[in-house]
Design a protein. Structure first.
Length: 131
């Protein structure tokens, strides 16, 4: 059972819904069904959702692999938390009227570090299994 991954996936699912609802709200406000029709705030909302959608799957796959590969639960929780915080910071930076660049950068740094560390830990666990 991959309970840690399930926990983080569930919380991230709620953030995904929040980002989706933000797009829906703005589409209704501007009566736009496709694209953003030069509405900067709608474009920003679409990009926030898209970025979330692009990074969350790989993060969750890597996190699940850590659990399946029986990496110590504390490491899995820590790396999952780092990934989660990165995604939250990045999403929050886009939910402001003007993008908070420092929050956006910090969110991407946390996201990249967590993905790199999870990738490395998975490769290490595979290599160790051959010894």
């Amino acid at each position: 059972m991959i309970m840690i991954t399930a926990f983080y996936a569930s919380i991230l699912g709620f953030i995904y819904i929040r980002l989706s609802k933000n797009i829906i709200r703005l589409r209704r406000k501007y009566n736009v069904s496709l694209a953003h029709k030069n509405h900067g705030d709608l474009e920003q909302a679409i990009r926030a959702h898209a970025n979330f959608s692009e990074f969350v799957p790989i993060g969750l796959i890597l996190l699940a692999c850590l659990e399946i590969n029986k990496i110590h639960f504390a490491v899995v929780i820590l790396l999952g938390g780092l990934f989660f915080v990165g995604r939250v910071l990045h999403a929050k930076s886009f939910l402001k009227e003007k993008i908070d660049t420092s929050l956006r950068v910090k969110g991407m740094q946390f996201t990249f570090w967590s993905i790199a560390l999870m990738s490395g830990m998975n490769i290490f666990s595979i290599l160790v299994s051959f010894i």
